[in-house]
Design a protein around this ligand. Structure first.
Ligand code: 13P
Length: 249
C-alpha cells in the first residue's frame, strides 16, 4: 500500500547531543499524535546507534551506504553495519552524493541492490539540475536515473523502494518546485514505473518531494495526487518546522 512519508535528511549537521535532542522531540510529538504518516529521520552515521535508541514510532535511516559488502574500504559504512544499529532505510543517490562525490548510476545501482539484500528500504533520490530543466530535458534526466538504478530490480525488490524527486535547483535554495511542477514529475515517474513494473507496484509506490519544503508550502505540495510526502533537509533540523511539515497532511 502507498504510504504518506515525511523523512528528515539531516545531512552533515548536529553534534550527537543535538541530534539526540532533536530526535527525542520528534519522537515525543509523533508518539503523542498517532497518524497514518510514516515519519523517518536520517542522522549522520555517527549518531545512528544512539538516535535509534530514542526512536520507537519514528523510522531510522542512513544518508548513504557503501556499494561493497565488507573489507578494505577505508571510511565506508556497510549495509550490515547499518542494520546492526537498527537502521531500516538508506537514502541512496542524493544529488550531493552524485555531484560532490561522483556517485554514478552504476554505483547507485549496486548500492540499491546491496541495501535491499540487507533488508534496508532504499529512499532513492533523483532530480535534474537547473540547466537540464531550462533545456527541457528534465524528464529524460530523471528517467535515465531511475532506469539505470532501479530497472535492474525484480518486481519483489522494487516493491520495497521509495523514490524521492529532488530537483537540484530547489535544494537548499529557498525556491521550491511549484505544486504543479512536482505533480507533473511525480506523475511522470509513476507512469514510468507502471510501464516497467505494472499498475499495482506503480500505485503502491511512495514518491516524495524534496527541495526547500517547509511548513508554509508543504500542504500545497502534498495535496497533489502523486506527491506522497517529503524528503526534508534544512527544515528537518528544527523539531517545530519538521513537525509543521508532518502536520501538512
Ligand atoms: P532542503 O529541504 O534543505 O532544500 O534539502 C532537501 C534535501 O536535499 C533533502 O534530501
Amino acid at each position: 500500500m502507498r504510504k504518506n512519508i515525511v523523512a528528515g535528511n539531516w545531512k552533515m549537521n548536529t553534534t550527537l547531543q543535538e541530534g539526540i535532542a532533536l530526535a527525542t522531540s520528534v519522537e515525543k510529538w509523533v508518539s503523542e499524535h498517532p497518524s497514518k504518516v510514516k515519519v523517518i529521520v536520517a542522522p549522520p552515521f555517527t549518531h545512528l546507534s544512539d538516535v535509534g535508541k530514542v526512536l520507537h514510532h519514528v523510522g531510522l535511516s542512513s544518508q548513504n551506504c557503501s556499494s561493497e559488502v565488507s573489507g578494505a574500504y577505508t571510511g565506508e559504512v556497510s549495509v550490515s553495519m547499518l542494520t546492526s544499529v537498527n537502521a531500516a532505510y538508506a537514502i541512496i543517490g542524493h544529488s550531493e552524493r552524485r555531484s560532490i562525490y561522483g556517485e554514478t548510476d552504476a554505483i547507485l545501482a549496486k548500492k540499491v541492490k546491496i541495501a535491499l539484500q540487507a533488508g534496508l528500504t532504499p529512499i532513492f533520490c533523483c532530480g535534474e539540475i537547473l540547466k537540464e530543466r531550462e533545456s527541457n530535458i528534465h524528464f529524460d534526466v530523471v528517467r535515465k536515473q531511475i532506469e539505470e538504478a532501479l530497472f535492474i530490480l525484480t518486481p519483489e525488490e522494487f516493491s520495497h523502494i521509495i523514490i524521492a524527486y529532488e530537483p537540484v535547483w530547489a535544494i537548499g535554495t529557498g525556491v521550491n518546485a511549484t505544486p504543479a511542477q512536482a505533480q507533473e514529475m511525480h506523475q511522470y515517474i509513476r507512469k514510468l514505473i507502471l510501464s516497467k513494473f505494472g499498475a499495482s507496484l506503480a500505485d503502491d509506490l511512495s514518491i516524495l518531494y524534496g527541495g526547500s519544503c517547509k511548513p508554509s508550502n508543504a500542504h500545497e505540495l502534498f495535496a497533489n495526487p502523486d506527491v506522497d510526502g517529503g524528503l526534508i533537509g534544512g527544515a528537518s533540523l528544527k523539531a517545530e518546522d519538521f513537525i509543521g511539515i508532518i502536520q501538512a497532511f
